[in-house]
Design a protein around this ligand. Sequence first.
Ligand SMILES: Cc1cc2nc3c(=O)[nH]c(=O)nc-3n(C[C@H](O)[C@H](O)[C@H](O)COP(=O)(O)O)c2cc1C
Length: 201
Amino acid sequence: MVNIAVIYYSSTGNVHALAQAVAEGAGAAGADVRLRRVAELAPPEAIDSNPAWRAHADATADVPEATLEDLAWADAYAFGTPTRYGNVSGQLKQFLDTTASLWASGELADKAVTGFTSAINTHGGNESTLLALYNTMYHWGAVVVPTGYTDPAFSEAGGNPYGTAHPSGAGAPGETVLTAARQQGDRLARIARRLRGEVDR
Ligand SMILES: Cc1cc2nc3c(=O)[nH]c(=O)nc-3n(C[C@H](O)[C@H](O)[C@H](O)COP(=O)(O)O)c2cc1C
């Protein structure tokens, strides 16, 4: 049994849907899963300027906020962020920037970690966002678990080998990308168990 924390930021729900699917996949693989959103940092005026942002913020107010205790609890992590000009959202980055004490004590090393994202465009920064996200994990000494082409679901969802990515210009995540996200959660759980020596392959 492994503990997995799925920690994400989402303004308008696309990454939230992926996070739920990653959590489902990890749970179905036998992991104990915590789904957590990071704190919103934008001022209320900014949120109110976009009805979809306001609606999503209100709809997910009951999702617990991520804490450092979630990171200490988990054996493996899945982080999700929408792209922001090809980069990690400020909200998720702010959370990552609070982890120095855990990093210094070695708590974040040797743990499996994977990422998922969404941009409006297919080529709008999905890959660069995941690569930017993983920079932090390399510094932790974590074990980055990309999707690669290890399952047909990843190719069918666009073939981004760095992690599940959803181009939201075509609408909310459909079954194809949600299947990939579930598979990513399953893969993370299996790799985490292998790191703990619980299963051979
Ligand atoms: C400040 C800002 C910058 C963004 N930059 C890009 C970008 O460079 N390329 C792109 O395709 N989408 C960009 N987007 C769009 C979001 O990444 C996209 O709508 C994503 O699907 C939102 O995910 P969410 O629904 O989980 O919030 C940007 C959005 C914002 C607010």
